[in-house]
Write a protein that binds this ligand. Structure first.
Ligand SMILES: C[S@@+](CC[C@H](N)C(=O)[O-])C[C@H]1O[C@@H](n2cnc3c(N)ncnc32)[C@H](O)[C@@H]1O
Length: 275
């Protein structure tokens, strides 16, 4: 059993991991994730409280969100690999997410980056496989960029990570990446400031997390355009409907939630292509 410390940023990896497991149990026609189930069963963490909350209608919507987000980002990774089969596939703030393996075409190179204590647990539960590396770095330390072999292209993705970044740090990170990795792509989820406030009040507070602030938020993708001269394009798609529209497959309440997320909190998947 592997212990997860409470009240840390690292603990936030539990929410999407457990969400994918719950989603797999409740919506098997939409998502099946035996890996999330296996990993949860190996963690020394009190899931009971989280379990109760996630079984409510609102909680189940949260589970749908995290599973859908992984699906969306995997679509972008697979799409990039069609044209760049040997590319680097870089999971920024990977937690215990195995998207690289879900997208592996047998040729690409996978990099999973997170804080050292998360990578220590990852190395036990999801040890590196062929063409895959687990890297212990703070993403705000640009040294991680030296580890990436991007000669055949690179697709970066971050799932539920940038809410923990200050806007200034996000600017610096994206600016440096755009300069360093020409023609690469980065995809990540975002919401507006209303969404970020809701997240701190609900998910993170409920999770008993005290030391994280939801900093980065985005009302409109165009706010990013001036962040770097090396951005060739910035596009956005609906989180819940942009890649696979599950609207018709969910309950009336969840349909309302999808509309709320699209219009009120602007939950989007952002894609930036570097020049
Ligand atoms: C909500 S979890 C998401 C985990 C994973 N992406 C997923 O979807 O399952 C956020 C993750 O970002 C990592 N993280 C946050 N800030 C980071 C930083 N500055 N450098 C590296 N990792 C970071 C945390 O340790 C945590 O594992």
């Amino acid at each position: 059993m592997y212990h997860i410390e409470k009240n840390t940023v690292q603990e936030t990896l539990i929410i999407p991991l457990y969400g994918r497991k719950v989603c797999s149990e409740h919506f098997p026609h939409l998502f099946k994730d035996p890996e999330a189930e296996r990993i949860c069963s190996m963690l020394d963490y009190d899931f009971e409280e989280k379990g109760k909350k996630m079984e409510s209608a609102a909680g189940l919507f949260g589970a749908l969100e995290v599973a859908q987000r992984q699906y969306d980002l995997a679509c972008e990774v697979k799409d990039y690999l069609k044209k760049n089969p040997n590319a680097a596939v870089v999971n920024l703030g990977c937690g215990l997410d195995d998207t690289f393996r879900k997208c592996d075409n047998g040729k690409c190179k996978g990099y999973n980056i997170d804080m050292p204590d998360v990578i220590a647990i990852r190395n036990e539960l999801l040890p590196e496989s062929d063409r895959e590396r687990n890297l212990a770095y703070n993403l705000n330390d640009e040294a991680w960029m030296n580890e990436i072999d991007a000669k055949d292209g690179a697709v970066f993705f971050a799932s539920g990570v940038f809410y923990y970044f200050r806007t200034e740090d996000m600017k610096v990170l994206l600016h440096k990446m755009a300069k360093r990795f020409p023609k690469a792509v980065i995809v990540f989820d975002s919401c507006n400031s209303r969404g970020a406030k809701l997240m701190t009040k609900t998910w993170l507070k409920e999770a008993g997390i005290a030391d994280v602030g939801a900093f980065f938020s985005l009302e409109d993708k165009d706010e990013l355009k001036n962040w770097s001269d090396n951005f060739a394009s910035v596009s956005a798609k609906s989180y819940m409907r942009g890649y696979r529209d599950i609207y018709k497959d969910v309950s009336f309440f969840h349909k309302l939630m999808i509309k709320f997320c699209d219009s009120y909190v602007k939950m989007q998947i952002i894609k930036i292509t570097f020049r």
